[in-house]
Design a protein around this ligand. Structure first.
Ligand code: HEC
Ligand code: HEC
Ligand code: HEC
Ligand code: HEC
Ligand code: HEC
Ligand code: HEC
Length: 413
């Protein structure tokens, strides 16, 4: 009687399994790579549509550049292409205000090809409109791990069916030949036998799974940094809807830094006490939340005096800009005359403060390209600059980018 694992057949299943695995793995990652590479390296300056960010929108770009080979050279080192006297290169360089594109000499041919393929055929573009709050419409891509697990599950079922079939065929054959029936081992015993006979396959398989896990981990790290919709719980249930909405308290009453400094700031507990010495009860949370203010201020409402030490309230920061970026509230609120809501949404309707905008570079730059500088005309500090710009751009609206608002050094230290 032969042993239960008939080598050639098992090997066939293993090979089939691997073909499947490799195929699905490389297929899903090739399709995603171009998109990922583009978003990581190019999207700060290029859209896949027609709108310009720093560089031109790349819709239909493969039709206007001299050739795909030209594009490969350009992406690796555009300065070299321009220096070589290339006509098209010189032309777009001049058209884009002599802003030099970043260089990507590290890219392999297939990586650039993946980017080009993605640019040729991108999904419908989500344009970041600076004034309207963007709602998150990003679709979660399918995790390659999920695909692998799905395939594994299907294969286990197929193998189980094949095993059963083989077993009954074998028994039928044995019966015809007059040999006794074959003992059936448990599937687990079978699997162990198979594993010990295929150490290399098992090792390879393990490596695949580990790589998959690694990629999933890496992907989740990548999305750190963009927090549209971030809405942390706060130590006191402070409601903008009640204060700025129902009671129409001016934003700058509490965020007094917004008009005179880089940061808007969060009010100290003393500011709360200006009103809450007298207001100990709210319409929604009664006395519970306001009692926390008293606790932080060291206020004893029964005696009507401060008789305990103050403890600052540990508010959780909602907006966190990368610390290599310079941003000033005063510049935007006073000179730029930008409403708080343009960047923060309508807090008058929010019970819990929430980040409404992505705070990415493309978001800043998009607004700079569309927004005029309204406070410039009547601001003596800008008078001569404004005159010069008005002459230079002959009646065109003077948007922030025209006065240098998309120069790298304006935002990056
Ligand atoms: C720092 C901004 C920046 C980054 C990042 C950037 N580019 Fe550019 N790109 C430009 C600018 C600006 C131009 C216009 C030409 C010039 O001024 O040099 C340009 C031009 C191009 C062109 C020619 C466009 C046309 O209309 O003919 C292509 C293609 C291109 N970039 C591809 C890419 C790809 C692919 C990446 C990512 C790997 C990338 N760029 C990253 C700024 C950038
Ligand atoms: C009565 C005081 C008060 C008023 C009025 C007020 N806020 Fe606030 N604001 C706070 C406090 C306290 C916090 C911190 C707790 C929180 O995030 O909800 C805060 C948080 C914020 C945040 C999130 C800050 C972060 O951590 O990133 C923004 C944005 C904001 N306020 C904007 C506004 C705007 C815009 C208005 C006017 C429509 C306004 N606030 C009116 C007290 C106030
Ligand atoms: C042009 C966009 C823009 C406008 C207009 C704007 N903010 Fe902000 N705000 C930001 C950004 C970006 C941050 C994150 C800053 C950081 O993390 O350094 C922020 C942070 C804040 C914070 C958190 C504390 C701080 O200062 O970092 C508060 C509070 C705030 N803004 C309130 C306001 C109020 C009130 C107004 C209107 C008077 C306003 N903002 C107008 C973009 C804006
Ligand atoms: C300019 C006056 C003013 C300031 C300053 C002020 N509040 Fe209030 N607060 C009010 C008013 C008015 C109410 C609503 C009372 C009512 O409707 O009965 C209120 C209600 C509340 C409530 C109860 C809301 C509910 O859900 O029932 C809390 C909690 C609260 N405030 C927290 C704070 C905190 C924290 C600060 C400081 C960051 C602060 N307030 C600063 C005027 C103020
Ligand atoms: C809602 C539109 C809007 C958004 C969003 C915006 N800005 Fe601005 N920004 C302006 C306007 C308008 C001015 C012109 C006011 C001025 O010159 O002070 C300006 C000016 C600036 C300046 C001064 C430029 C110069 O030439 O002096 C800097 C720096 C700046 N913004 C940084 C940022 C950063 C960083 C972000 C993103 C985190 C951002 N801005 C997002 C509208 C915006
Ligand atoms: C109007 C402001 C502004 C200008 C101008 C600007 N940046 Fe940025 N940049 C930002 C902000 C904001 C971020 C942070 C984005 C984030 O955290 O997602 C950023 C991030 C970056 C990063 C990190 C990569 C990333 O996407 O997080 C690089 C690299 C960069 N900028 C390069 C440049 C170069 C090169 C220029 C000049 C062509 C430039 N920036 C001009 C605001 C600006």
């Amino acid at each position: 009687m032969d042993t239960i694992h008939n080598k050639p057949q098992n090997r066939f299943v293993a090979v089939l399994f691997f073909l499947f695995l490799t195929f699905s793995f490389s297929f899903s990652s090739a399709a995603q790579d171009g998109e990922k590479l583009f978003k990581q390296n190019c999207a700060v300056c290029h859209s896949t549509g027609t709108n310009k960010i720093v560089g031109p929108g790349l819709e239909g770009v493969t039709k206007r550049v001299p050739s795909e080979a030209w594009m490969m050279k350009w992406i690796r080192n555009s300065a070299e292409v321009i220096a070589s006297g290339d006509e098209y290169g010189k032309k777009i360089f001049a058209e884009n205000g002599n802003v030099q594109m970043l260089q990507f000499p590290q890219f392999k041919d297939e990586e650039i090809k993946a980017i080009i393929a993605y640019v040729k055929n991108p999904p419908i573009e989500v344009v970041v409109a600076p004034v309207k709050p963007v709602t998150e419409t990003k679709k979660q891509p399918i995790n390659p791990l999920a695909i692998i697990f799905g395939i594994v599950a299907v294969l286990i079922i197929v193998i189980a069916i094949l095993r059963r079939l083989r077993h009954s065929l074998k028994n039928l054959q044995n019966k015809n030949e007059g040999v006794g029936t074959e003992t059936r081992y448990s599937a687990w015993q079978d699997f162990k036998n198979w594993m010990s006979g295929h150490k290399r396959t098992v090792a390879l398989f393990t490596i695949f799974i580990l790589l998959g896990l690694l990629q999933a981990g890496w992907d989740s790290l990548k999305s750190i940094g963009i927090y549209t919709g971030y809405q942390p719980a706060q130590p006191i249930a402070f409601s903008h809807k009640i204060h700025a909405g129902a009671n129409a308290i001016n934003c700058v009453y509490c965020h007094s830094g917004a008009e005179k400094s880089k940061t808007a700031g969060i009010p100290s507990v003393n500011v709360c006490m200006n009103c809450h010495k007298g207001i100990s009860k709210g319409p929604v949370t009664g006395t519970a939340e306001i009692a926390k203010i008293y606790d932080a201020a060291g206020w004893d409402p029964a005696k009507g005096e401060y008789n305990k030490p103050q403890k600052p309230i540990q508010w959780v920061k909602v907006h966190v800009l990368a610390d290599f970026v310079f941003f000033s509230h005063q510049q935007h609120v006073v000179v730029g005359k930008q409403a708080c809501a343009n960047c923060h949404g309508d807090l008058k309707t929010m019970t819990v403060a929430k980040q409404m905008q992505p705070l990415t570079m493309a978001w800043c730059i998009n607004c700079h390209k569309q927004t005029e500088v309204p406070g410039m005309k009547d601001n003596p500090y800008y008078e001569s600059l404004h005159k010069k710009l008005a002459e230079k751009f002959k009646g065109q609206p003077i948007t922030v980018d025209k006065m240098g608002g998309i120069e790298c050094a304006k935002c990056h230290y």
